[in-house]
Design a binder for this molecule. Structure first.
Ligand SMILES: Cc1cc2nc3c(=O)[nH]c(=O)nc-3n(C[C@H](O)[C@H](O)[C@H](O)COP(=O)(O)OP(=O)(O)OC[C@H]3O[C@@H](n4cnc5c(N)ncnc54)[C@H](O)[C@@H]3O)c2cc1C
Ligand code: SF4
Length: 531
């Protein structure tokens, strides 16, 4: 509950630690931490590093990457990135699972929304999801707990864009606002707005408090931290996976953990890396890679275009406490719904809100000094509204990761080499994102409108998906419709690697729903003796 001024470094990392800055992704050679500008720092992290996250995000010196720029945020800790995720909890719907049938690009998922819907429902109930029923085709409703409310500037914006046929709805948060049953590690949200620091009362969904500790308490789960998986090894006699090879992160001891079934959930890109590194005579290109597609179709969301302005009806009024909620509101996708945009396929959504936040960041953009400056900051403080876009990156085979032939991480495991670029569709879509942000702010009568048109670096969305895509044909996909490798039937994936395409939605709620579906399939397979 610390105020910004009480923090010795205003939440920045210690002086000898340094996150990579946004612009640096565009010009620093890879591996980033080798650059002289960064090499002198003791620890270098992705842009995700700050006072609160610094012990979660990895040191780029230990975990380098090569190839094209990619701002890959990783957390090698229990619970991974869910410890400090943004809590935007959105479902994919029929429009996402059947995206190719709508516009002819690429392929549909082999499964439909109806296959996954029961699992989204279970996830909502077990973990808690706050939101409002809206009956929208582009982002289905869930089983919601108490929603957050729009504040004054947001209601003005909502009314203005409603006239354009666009919606502005309370954010959907992976947070329990009414409490969940049977979990002593979690408490309902108190609306303190400190979520980015990791919610210390367990209202926000974090894997440890919501899933791992309760599982451990059953006595059926052993957790072994500091265990770096380097590969899945093959049982040559059966052609099945025999278990995982592990390097102890502290002692460097190499151990084989034998298993009947291996479930990889190291995050989309690290699971892919483990499989690429799992080479054998039978799987010379890596395990599960007979199609040659493992690592391909890397996708995420293109970000950067955004806009802000001051809503006149709130200029000069009293500030209110507007950031005491776990997520900001949401403009659901409105492009390529019933209409067809001439310049691009698929779509984007906006996240963002307004009102008085703890720190009046807009003060940096207000000219002047002294008394007049302070008065202007106070006057505009309650009136700011800002939104930023998340656009679907089309899955493309050539956007891929592979193992670097030379560079290894601190444990001697080859690192990922990125070959990833935004395409023409994303660039045209991003232009429209900026244009429509401006159009909506104008419709709301905003003053002093600022529009950012530049793209953020690849990877910025932290929504990587697709590098072991699912499908029914082993020649064109890596896993089957239950996220099981076509080539090795006792290896499953429990992250976003099997996703076929991503829509505009943030990924975590879909990872959880699909994981639950996969585990049900595995459980049934084990019961029947088929796995
Ligand atoms: C700041 C931030 C904001 C975000 N906001 C949102 C949001 O609003 N909505 C949303 O849906 N998503 C959001 N995300 C993304 C979200 O955090 C991820 O989608 C989610 O955490 C992915 O879960 P995962 O289990 O697949 O991977 P991770 O959370 O990355 O977990 C992977 C785990 O695997 C472990 N691991 C990796 N490699 C190895 C190895 N070789 N051996 C052993 N263990 C290994 C790691 O230690 C980690 O525990 C955000 C992320 C960040 C960082
Ligand atoms: S607002 Fe965020 S930090 Fe505060 S209780 Fe709710 S989820 Fe936790």
């Amino acid at each position: 509950m610390e105020w910004p001024y009480a923090s010795p470094r205003r939440f920045r990392m210690p002086p000898d630690h340094r996150p990579i800055a946004v612009a640096e992704y565009n010009f620093l050679d890879r591996p980033y931490a080798n650059n002289p500008e960064l090499a002198r720092h003791k620890k270098v992290t992705s842009y995700g590093g700050n006072t609160f996250t610094r012990n979660w995000v990895v040191d780029e010196k230990e975990h380098p990457t090569t190839g094209t720029p990619y701002s890959w945020v990783r957390a090698r800790v229990l619970g991974g990135k869910t410890n400090f995720w943004g809590r935007g909890a959105l479902r994919y719907g029929p429009m996402q699972f059947g995206a190719a049938s709508r516009d002819g690009y690429d392929v549909d998922w082999p499964i439909t929304y109806e296959d996954v819907k029961p699992y989204y429902d279970k996830v909502d109930v077990l973990l808690g999801c706050s939101g409002t029923k809206e009956n929208l085709e582009q982002v289905p409703d869930g089983i919601f707990q108490r929603p957050s409310k729009l504040n004054c500037v947001e209601v003005t914006f909502q009314r203005a864009i409603a006239k354009m046929g666009r919606r502005y709805i309370p954010g959907r948060a992976g947070v329990t606002t009414d409490g969940v049953l049977n979990n002593k590690y979690r408490t309902r949200c108190l609306g303190r707005g400190r979520c980015g620091r990791g919610c210390d009362i367990g209202a926000a969904f974090h894997s440890p408090t919501a899933l791992i500790y309760p599982a451990r308490d059953t006595g059926n789960l052993t957790i072994r931290p500091y265990s770096v998986v380097s590969e899945v090894f093959l049982d040559e006699a059966t052609g099945r996976a025999g278990g995982v090879r592990v390097i102890d992160a502290n002692t460097r001891e190499v151990m084989d953990f034998k298993a009947k079934v291996v479930v990889l959930g190291a995050g989309c890109l690290d699971s892919t890396r483990i499989l690429l590194h799992s080479k054998s005579a039978r799987h010379p290109q890596g395990m599960g890679n007979s199609s040659g597609l493992l690592g391909g179709y890397l996708s995420e969301h293109v970000m950067g275009p955004r806009g802000s302005g001051f809503i006149p009806s709130r200029i000069g009024t009293e500030p209110t406490l507007d950031d005491g909620r776990p997520v900001t509101p949401y403009v659901p996708r409105f492009r390529n719904m019933a209409d067809k945009h001439p310049d691009f396929i698929r779509g984007y959504h906006f996240q963002g809100g307004g009102g008085s936040y703890e720190y009046p960041g807009m003060a940096h953009d207000i000219p002047g000094f002294g008394k007049a400056f302070k008065s202007s900051v106070r006057k505009h403080y309650p009136a700011l509204l800002s939104i930023g876009g998340f656009g679907e990156v089309l899955p493309r085979k050539e956007n891929r990761v592979s193992l670097d032939a030379f560079v290894k991480d601190a444990w001697g495991i080859p690192v990922l080499r990125f070959d990833y670029r935004f395409g023409d569709n994303e660039i045209r879509m991003a232009k429209d994102m900026a244009d429509s942000a401006e159009e909506m702010l104008r419709a709301a009568g905003a003053e002093n409108i600022k529009i950012e048109r530049d793209l953020l670096p690849p990877g910025w969305s932290i929504h990587e998906i697709g590098t072991a895509r699912m499908g029914d044909d082993p020649k064109t996909s890596v896993t089957d419709r239950f996220c099981r490798l076509h080539d090795v039937p006792n290896v499953y994936l429990a992250d976003a690697a099997p996703f076929v395409s991503g829509g505009t939605q943030n990924t975590t709620w879909s990872i959880l729903a699909l994981c639950w579906r996969t585990m049900d399939h595995l459980k049934e397979g084990l019961r029947k003796g088929e796995v």
